[in-house]
Design a protein around this ligand. Structure first.
Ligand code: NI
Length: 401
C-alpha cells in the first residue's frame, strides 16, 4: 500500500472534514470551534492533544515505538474577513468570514495525515508533532506558537507545511529552493504641516501636497535604490487627511506595506524609507514621522528538505507531478518563523481543475479549490514525514506499510 492509496481510501472522510471547516470559518485567534473540532478528531484516534497553545492553537503528538528524530507538520486554521460569493452548497455560514486562503484544506489534510500515521506508531522511528496554528493571516500565530514552546519538548528537528496554490493543477506539487515567499513589513507615516485657509497656502504648510510628493518619491525605492534583480514591493494602500475643500489640514496619515525577498535588503529598507519620507517633508517645510514594523522574515526553504519533497513526490505521484517554481511569491507566510529556527520546507499544493472559479487567486471571494488535491496533500505529507524520520527513501514511501 502506498500513502496515496491509503489517502484515497479515506477521501470521503477528508472531504467531510474540509466541508465542515469551510462552512464554519473563524477569524484569526478566534478559531475556538475549529480548534475543538481538530482536538476532538485527534483524540478519537488516540493522539495526545495539547489545547489552548498560544490562544487557540492545538498540538497533537504521535510518538513512535522506535526512538528517532521529531518532525513537525504544520497547518493554519484561520479564515479571512471576506464575504463568500462561491455559491457552494457548503458556503460559509459565518457571514463576512470565508476560508479564501485554503486553510480549511491545510487543516483537513493534516487531520487525514494524522489519522493515517497514528495507525503505524509501532513502525515509526521517532515522533511526529502536529501543529494546528492560529492567526496565520495576522502573520503572528507562528511566532506565538514558538514562544509557547512548540519547537521544544521534544525538540523538533525539522518542519514541513503546504499551501494551496490555484496557479497549479490539482494533483501537482510545487517547490522552490531558497525563498518561496517574501518578508512583510508595515509602514505608518504621519506628515505634519501648518493648517490654515485653502486660499492662503503661503501662510500654511500643506501636508496634502507633501503627501503627494512622498507617495511619488517612494516609487523610487524600488526603481532607484534597489538592484533590479532583487524583487521588492512598496505600496501605500491608505491615505487619510483633510476635512473640507477650503481647509489646509494640519496632518496626513499614510499606511503602506513593504515586501522583500532578500534578508539583507529587508534590513536596509527602514533607513531608505525614513530618509526619503523625512527629507521630502523637510524640503517643503513640513515634518514626517515613520513607524516601521517588521512582520515576517522571508520564507527560505531548506535545500535538503526541498530535495526530500522532490523524492517523495517523484516516488509517490511521478516526476511529471512535480513543478519547480521559477519565482518566489511576494506574498508572505508566517511559517518563515519556524523555518528561521530549524530546517523547514513549505510546498505548494496545486488546486485548480477545469472550473474557472478554481483559477481565481487566493483571498478572492469567488475562489474554489479542487477537492481532488486533498488526497495528494495527505499522501505527500505522510510520505515526507516518514521519509524524514526513516532516512531510507526506498523503504518508506511505498513499502513500509
Ligand atoms: Ni494562507
Amino acid at each position: 500500500m502506498s500513502f496515496l492509496q491509503l489517502a484515497e481510501e479515506m477521501k470521503e472522510k477528508i472531504i467531510g472534514f474540509r466541508r465542515h471547516l469551510h462552512q464554519h470559518p473563524e477569524l484569526s485567534f478566534l478559531e475556538y470551534r475549529t480548534a475543538e473540532f481538530v482536538a476532538g478528531i485527534l483524540e478519537e484516534y488516540e493522539i495526545d492533544v495539547e489545547r489552548n497553545v498560544a490562544g487557540t492553537g492545538i498540538i497533537g503528538m504521535i510518538t513512535g515505538d522506535l526512538p528517532g528524530k521529531t518532525v513537525a507538520l504544520r497547518a493554519d486554521m484561520d479564515a479571512l474577513p471576506i464575504e463568500e460569493q462561491t455559491n457552494l452548497p457548503y458556503s460559509s455560514s459565518n457571514r463576512g468570514v470565508m476560508h479564501a486562503c485554503g486553510h480549511d484544506f491545510h487543516t483537513s489534510i493534516l487531520l487525514g495525515t494524522a489519522i493515517i500515521l497514528s495507525q503505524y506508531k509501532d513502525k515509526l522511528k521517532g515522533n511526529i508533532k502536529l501543529i494546528f496554528q492560529p492567526g496565520e493571516e495576522k502573520l503572528t500565530g507562528a511566532k506565538k506558537m514558538i514562544e509557547a514552546g512548540v519547537l521544544k519538548n521534544p525538540c523538533v528537528d525539522a518542519i514541513m507545511a503546504l499551501h494551496c496554490w490555484p496557479e497549479l493543477p490539482a494533483g501537482t506539487v510545487g517547490v522552490r529552493k531558497g525563498p518561496i515567499t517574501a518578508a512583510a513589513d508595515f509602514l505608518e507615516i504621519t506628515i505634519r504641516g501648518k493648517e490654515g485657509h485653502a486660499a492662503h497656502p503661503h501662510k500654511c504648510v500643506d501636508p496634502i501636497v507633501i503627501a503627494g510628493h512622498i507617495v511619488s518619491a517612494l516609487q523610487t525605492v524600488v526603481s532607484r535604490e534597489i538592484a533590479p534583480t532583487d524583487p521588492a514591493v512598496v505600496t501605500i494602500g491608505k491615505i487619510n487627511g483633510g476635512t473640507a475643500s477650503n481647509v489646509i489640514p494640519s496632518s496626513v496619515q499614510l499606511s503602506g506595506m513593504i515586501r522583500t525577498v532578500n534578508p539583507d535588503l529587508q534590513k536596509r529598507m527602514p533607513e531608505i524609507i525614513e530618509r526619503i519620507v523625512c527629507k521630502s517633508a523637510e524640503s517643503m517645510n513640513g515634518e514626517a514621522e515613520v513607524k516601521y514594523m517588521s512582520a515576517t522574515p522571508p520564507l527560505i526553504c531548506h535545500d535538503g528538505m526541498v530535495g526530500l519533497i522532490d523524492n517523495v513526490v517523484t516516488d509517490l505521484l511521478g516526476r511529471d507531478r512535480l513543478v519547480y517554481l521559477e519565482n518566489p511569491s511576494l506574498g508572505s507566510e508566517d511559517f518563515s518563523f519556524y523555518a528561521n529556527e530549524i530546517p523547514g520546507v513549505l510546498f505548494r499544493l496545486g488546486t485548480h481543475d477545469e472550473r474557472e472559479d478554481s483559477r481565481f487567486p487566493l483571498h478572492n471571494s469567488r475562489v474554489t479549490f479542487a477537492e481532488e488535491a486533498l488526497t495528494t496533500g495527505v499522501a505527500v505529507m505522510c510520505g515526507a514525514a516518514v521519509h524524514y524520520l526513516s532516512n531510507e527513501k526506498s523503504l518508506m514511501v511505498k513499502h513500509i506499510l
